[in-house]
Design a protein around this ligand. Structure first.
Ligand code: P6P
Length: 342
């Protein structure tokens, strides 16, 4: 008679692996069952729900209406709004209504923060997010992502100006991204290391796949849009020429920050989106693109800078402030800084 209460080692590993879900992992991070740990566990679970919903929508992009293509609107950034931008933005909003967790959401797609009044006395967190990063890749079925940053809400923000958000990235209590690639992955940190989850569609759960990620201190990959070469300032051109003169470097650029960042995080190297003569602050937004990725990279032992200042020390002038971004392995980023600070 087999003992049905016991598992063989292989089964134990699988069930042990399958049962480390995203929400469970967050709780295990705190080692206590405090209100904060439960709130953040539930909050991450909701982000996972948003990610799963967006991934499902993307998986049928060519088959259903209003996934590919544009809405005909222009967002606060002056960019054409893709159907997926609007859909994903709404999914994040819906994920947190009636949650009691998030009082305020700020997004690339919304000029002003969105308030959920029924959550405000209780939910003291703000979620800043880019619902779909790399949307130019959607219509050609290439990887895209969502990026998120979690902050405590300080005060009641009666003015609705969200002035407490105009503080440096050091105020973040957590950050992460979802990568809609060959598989859907969620990578996050709440200040205790960086952890990666892979969506198992058969059970509809993000399952822990890599824990305590560390970026290699040096890598051979550089990721930059060399089509902008003549718009960069001379020191940046000098750096790229330096790479061209060396053997062993590999250029990889997908057009989606999350995908390029993910490769650098796992394999080492450096991603760069510098300023250009027309836009010295570059293209990427600080609060919901660069700062959350800078939070992750520092947790993973890497570095993120504007070229002259650490990204996490930059104080935004307004909600949609942009910043140059150089992010990746410690040694690679320091070489870039040595060129830019000459
Ligand atoms: P470019 C996507 O629009 C995005 O914001 C990032 O995801 C990406 O890294 C960058 O812009 C690509 O910009 O100018 O190289 O096409």
């Amino acid at each position: 008679m087999t003992d049905s209460t016991r598992l063989n080692p292989a089964e134990e590993i699988v069930l042990g692996r399958d049962f480390m879900t995203l929400s469970q992992h967050v709780l295990s991070q705190f080692g206590t069952f405090s209100t904060e740990s439960y709130d953040l566990s539930a909050l991450m679970g909701r982000i996972g729900l948003a990610g799963k919903t967006i991934a499902r929508h993307l998986s049928r992009a060519g088959l259903v209406e209003n996934v590919l293509g544009v809405t005909g609107e222009v967002n606060v950034q002056g960019e054409a709004v893709k159907n997926m931008d609007r859909y994903a933005n709404r999914i994040f909003l819906r994920a947190f209504e009636q949650s009691g967790l998030i009082c305020r959401l700020a997004s690339e797609e919304m000029e002003k923060p969105y308030y959920i009044p029924e959550n405000c006395p209780i939910g003291r967190y703000t979620l800043l997010y880019d619902p779909i990063d790399g949307s130019s890749n959607i219509d050609v079925n290439l990887a895209i992502g969502s990026i998120f940053s979690i902050r405590q809400q300080e005060g009641n923000d009666e003015s609705g100006e969200a002035l407490d958000l105009l503080q440096s990235g050091r105020k973040q209590i957590g950050a992460g991204y979802i990568l809609y690639g060959t598989s859907t992955m969620l990578v996050y940190s709440l200040g205790n290391g960086v952890h990666a989850f892979t969506l198992d569609p058969s059970i509809g759960e993000f399952i822990l796949s890599q824990e305590n990620l560390h970026i290699p201190t040096k890598g051979s990959i550089y990721s930059i849009n060399e089509g902008n070469f003549w718009q960069w300032e001379e020191p940046m051109r000098e750096y790229v020429r330096h790479l061209h003169c060396q053997s062993g470097n590999t250029a990889r650029y997908s057009g989606a920050l999350v995908a390029d960042f993910h490769r650098i995080l796992f394999q080492g190297g450096v991603f760069l989106y510098p300023g250009t003569v027309g836009h010295l602050d570059g293209k990427l937004r600080l609060l919901y693109e660069s700062a959350p990725l800078a939070y992750l990279i520092e947790q993973a032992g890497g570095r993120a800078t504007t070229g002259t200042q650490e990204i996490l020390d930059v104080v935004p002038k307004e909600l949609h402030s942009r910043t140059p971004l150089i992010i990746g392995s410690l040694e690679n980023v320091k070489v870039v800084e040595s060129f830019l600070q000459k």
